[in-house]
Design a binder for this molecule. Structure first.
Ligand SMILES: Cc1cc2nc3c(=O)[nH]c(=O)nc-3n(C[C@H](O)[C@H](O)[C@H](O)COP(=O)(O)OP(=O)(O)OC[C@H]3O[C@@H](n4cnc5c(N)ncnc54)[C@H](O)[C@@H]3O)c2cc1C
Length: 397
């Protein structure tokens, strides 16, 4: 890869992008393809790209089933998945269209499966079909359920590998991706925006902030409303022993609770062949003080305390976590799993304690701020980057 930690940020540029996760990199790529002479720098706090959400997730290319028709998520997920497959094929990033089953275990879950099917069709998800218990076993012979939705276009990829390909592309085109520089503060200088970091300051004509968990603090520093605030949720994964991984061929998901879409623990065969179970969802210790000082967190906790306790039990008991998987694949035993990696979701929460569902982008004088980019933002990134670039271009001139 052509991204060097010893590169230094320039003092002046046209466009500065903060954050080298998949969103910052796709935004920088989109804008520099439109305007190749734009002097562009991507500033990343960590020593390498994709160290946070982008490199620590389920690696699923979602097909767009779950999202409210008409939402940005629905539109950009379907479009973004198509663009992402094309990008991976063009740039030699391994990707697999393994398909996904959303499994209803009993008749009590059928109404929610119907609603998901309705949403999927309204969102024009390609190839979606309904299966009975026998048909689902043809795809996943070890899985049990009453009915399922099958999405053949859902796939898997390593989003960190996509991010590395994007960074390499930017560097080859002569743009700068600097790692190891945290933007600590934002200053206004007439027709420039100043990004203060440990080397001093980078002044840009325009900035786009794609800072994940740092989104609210940076937006507030630029003069934007500090709300919604980011509340980090830690999601931990277990790994299935390789000799038992034949029990899962692709992706097996539960029928989610529509109010809490990210709490669905699923079985996934990753692009490298490993099978995971997860993620759990707990408030992340790293951001706890910041989160607990925010009334929205307490209101959210009051609303979801029962679910929170379930999650806590799941996180302390591997057996309990694994038992949930056995509801779908009865041959799975707790000892088949061992702890694997975890990732922290940057979820925006409003003051009244509601999880902000859709993607949110806000504006300040010389900048755009991605304020909420939860799943499926990695899938949607190339399409979301086009939307952000349209807005940035109209301001950049
Ligand atoms: C457990 C989990 C599972 C998920 N599963 C999926 C999935 O299967 N499919 C899917 O499509 N999506 C999934 N997602 C969501 C997806 O990972 C995110 O939507 C996406 O990665 C967001 O990308 P990003 O670039 O906005 O954020 P990030 O990858 O978090 O990048 C933000 C970057 O900004 C940098 N930064 C922050 N503050 C500063 C600062 N002050 N100065 C400089 N740099 C800074 C950070 O270091 C980081 O590199 C999942 C997320 C999690 C956590």
């Amino acid at each position: 890869m052509i991204v060097h930690a010893d590169l230094q940020p320039p003092a002046e540029c046209d466009l500065a992008v903060v954050g080298a996760g998949i969103l910052g990199l796709t935004v920088a790529r989109e804008l520099t393809r439109r305007q190749p002479n734009l002097r562009t720098v991507v500033l990343e706090r960590e020593g390498a790209v994709a160290q946070h959400q982008t490199g620590r997730n389920s690696g699923v290319i979602h097909a767009g089933i779950y999202y409210a028709p008409g939402s940005l998520k629905a539109r950009l997920c379907v479009e973004g998945a198509r663009q992402l497959y094309a990008y991976c094929e063009e740039h030699g990033v391994p990707v697999r269209r393994c398909g996904k089953l959303i499994v209803a275990r009993d008749s009590g879950e059928l109404a929610r499966l119907d609603e998901l099917e309705r949403r999927g069709r309204a969102n024009a998800v390609p190839g979606l079909r309904r299966l009975d218990g026998a048909a689902l076993r043809e795809l996943e012979p070890h899985c049990r359920g009453l009915a399922a939705l099958h999405s053949p276009e859902t796939g898997v990829v390593d989003f960190a590998a996509v991010a590395r390909a994007l960074a390499a592309e930017l560097s080859e085109a002569g743009h700068t991706v600097v790692t190891g520089y945290e933007v600590a503060r934002i200053e206004r200088h007439g027709d420039r925006i100043g990004l203060a970091h440990s080397r001093g300051e980078t002044r840009a004509r325009f900035a786009v902030f794609c800072a994940g968990a740092g989104a609210d603090r940076l937006a507030a520093s630029a003069g934007a409303d500090p709300e919604p605030r980011i509340v980090p949720f830690r999601g931990a994964y277990l790994r299935l022993r390789p000799e038992r991984s034949h029990l899962v061929r692709g992706l097996i998901y539960p029928v989610p609770d529509p109010a809490l879409p990210f709490l669905g623990v699923h079985l996934s065969r990753h692009v490298g062949g490993e099978v995971s179970l997860g993620p759990s969802a707990l408030l992340a210790p790293a951001g706890l003080t910041h989160s607990l000082a925010w009334p929205g967190t307490w209101r959210m906790a009051r609303r979801w305390w029962r679910t929170g306790i379930q999650e806590l039990l799941r996180s302390v008991s591997r057996r309990r976590f694994a038992r949930e998987a056995a509801a779908y694949v009865p041959e799975l035993e707790p000892d088949d799993f061992s702890p694997w990696f975890s990732g922290v979701r940057a979820q925006a929460v409003s003051r009244d304690g509601l999880l902000v569902d859709d993607f949110v982008i806000s504006e300040t004088e010389r900048a755009l701020h991605v304020r909420n980019a939860p799943s499926p933002a990695a899938t949607a990134s190339l399409a979301l980057a086009r939307l952000i670039a349209d807005r940035a271009e109209s301001r950049l001139g």
